[in-house]
Design a binder for this molecule. Structure first.
Ligand code: ZN
Ligand code: ZN
Length: 372
């Protein structure tokens, strides 16, 4: 056998337009990337919309250098909805023309205990994130949904059920499943009193899901300006936590608390709101570790837990739940040339409640990556 014959076959690729950051300080701009031609189990999707997640911004700024250092150029985006344009020979669940979605993961080991349980988000070997992860097909890193197309294994591609608005569906694949999964895991249902802390991209989905699951829902927010919106989105009661004594009135009254806040805050005052043996689950990512007083857990045998996105099976279940209950994300659709401004507004909390990029805008060009 010749040397050349021993090499694995070079995958076929094609050029795709994308939008990228070229350094932690550069503006976003156009970039041409290579995507693999669909392999037997792959689905190629023309991206129609991609949601804008806080993670996208943290990643392009390299703000998690220890856990997820950024490789540049970085094409973010993991709230992807589009139309199938091509399928590999072994694909059974999709056909060209179908609406399809890709979320935070594009692969996992598929054999560890978590993967076997349908919990690919907790893959013990290491799953493959949709962007900035090792690309096992082409080398380099994976590129996300700020692009005109993506190719992914059908095992990590979701059906978009009829009745869902494609422009409001992408964020369900991150903000949606991140809040749906813990509400389901901890058995939120009718007859319970459930608290949601914070009203942003995650919190607004938490309110909708908790309400749709039949719980009596209490929103905790620092902002008086969010009271009306909180009620509109599904809260039966809104507590403005800056008001003196506001939290005291709710001591030991909640069956579950979903904490969606990504800013530093006092966790102890919220743990006190749980009934005995109940759980507070974190889904936000505050920059500093929490100072948890033992007493907050001992008194009432409370549990402090966390939850990250959701598995493939549960994400599809969530999409179907949304279609059945008429749930979508509240979104503001933008052209991709506005992405830097959208990041700024997102950081200021000036979005209701998620930006979504209309990917048709990518075809119209824009500035060169890295130039202001
Ligand atoms: Zn996200
Ligand atoms: Zn695994």
């Amino acid at each position: 056998m010749s040397e050349a014959a021993k090499q694995p076959p070079t995958p076929q690729t094609y050029a795709a337009k994308a939008y990228a950051a070229t350094s932690p300080t550069s503006a976003m701009g156009p970039l041409t990337i290579r995507r693999r031609e669909p392999e037997p189990s792959d689905v190629q999707i023309e991206i129609l919309y991609c949601g804008v997640c806080h993670s996208d911004f943290h990643q392009i700024r390299n703000e998690w250098p220890k856990d997820l250092p950024t490789t540049y150029p970085c094409v973010p985006g993991h709230e992807i909805v589009g139309r199938v344009t091509k399928v590999g020979s072994a694909v059974t669940r999709f056909r060209p023309g179908d609406l399809a979605g890709v979320g935070v993961l594009v692969d996992s080991c598929r054999t560890c205990a978590s993967c076997r349980d349908g919990l690919e988000q907790y893959c013990e070997v290491g799953n493959t994130l949709t962007y900035n992860a090792e690309d096992k097909h082409l080398g380099g890193v994976t590129y996300g949904g700020y692009s005109e197309s993506i190719v992914a294994d059908e095992a990590f591609v979701f059906r978009i059920p009829p009745g869902l608005d494609p422009s409001a569906t992408g964020p369900l694949l991150c903000a949606g499943i991140t809040t749906y999964s813990p509400l389901r895991h901890w058995g939120v249902e009718k007859g319970q009193r459930v608290g949601v802390i914070g009203l942003g991209g995650l919190g607004h989905m938490g309110l909708k899901f908790a309400h749709a699951l039949g719980a009596e829902v209490v929103l905790f927010t620092t902002s008086r300006g969010k009271v009306a919106d909180g009620r509109r989105l599904g809260a039966d009661e809104v507590v403005v936590t800056r008001d003196a004594g506001a939290l005291d009135k709710h001591k030991a009254s909640l069956d579950f608390l979903l904490d969606t806040v990504s800013a530093d805050h006092d966790i102890n005052s919220y743990l006190a709101l749980l009934k005995r043996d109940k759980t507070l689950a974190l889904v936000g990512l505050p920059p500093q570790p929490f100072a948890v007083a033992s007493f907050s857990l001992l008194a009432g045998r409370h549990r402090l837990a966390g939850s990250g996105i959701g598995g493939v099976r549960e994400t599809q279940e969530m999409l179907d739940f949304c279609a059945a209950h008429g749930i979508a994300c509240d979104v503001e659709v933008i052209g991709i040339e506005k992405i830097d401004l959208a990041f700024e507004r997102m950081l200021e909390g000036d979005v209701k409640y998620r930006f979504v990029i209309d990917m048709a805008s990518l075809k119209e060009g824009g500035r060169e990556a890295g130039k202001r």
